[in-house]
Design a protein around this ligand. Structure first.
Ligand SMILES: [Zn+2]
Length: 118
């Protein structure tokens, strides 16, 4: 098992721009103070692609969908989309934290998968 990571973003205190927490300065206004905000609720699919020749760790799947989603508070995240059939831009999804593969050392890898809301 691994510790569940939260889906977070930094929001610039000066201009409100949302960006990944790895950046030390705002990409828009160069300010360096942020509020960390967490994804909440459901998200919508912004864009996706179907990987037909996945990386080695994912070969057991054959193919899968990888997409970008956006939450109600603006946070965007990249991850697998499930199921991969009948995807539509704008469809509602929910984040589920689960095992996504075994890495090449045989260790379990966990991440968010964005799943269709029934
Ligand atoms: Zn800014």
């Amino acid at each position: 098992m691994s510790n569940k990571e939260n889906l977070v973003s930094n929001k610039c205190k000066k201009c409100g721009y949302l960006q990944d927490i790895s950046h030390l300065r705002c990409l828009k206004c160069k300010n360096n103070t942020f509020d960390t905000i967490e994804a909440n609720g459901t998200c919508v699919l912004l864009t996706y692609t179907i990987l037909k020749a996945p990386p080695l760790e994912f070969r057991d799947k054959g193919s899968y969908a990888l997409g970008v989603v956006q939450f109600e508070n603006g946070i965007r995240a990249l991850g697998q989309i499930f199921p991969k059939e009948n995807l539509r831009i704008g469809m509602k999804l929910k984040p589920v934290y689960e095992k996504i593969c075994n890495n090449l050392d045989g260790n379990e890898v966990y991440s968010y998968v964005f799943k269709l809301i029934e």
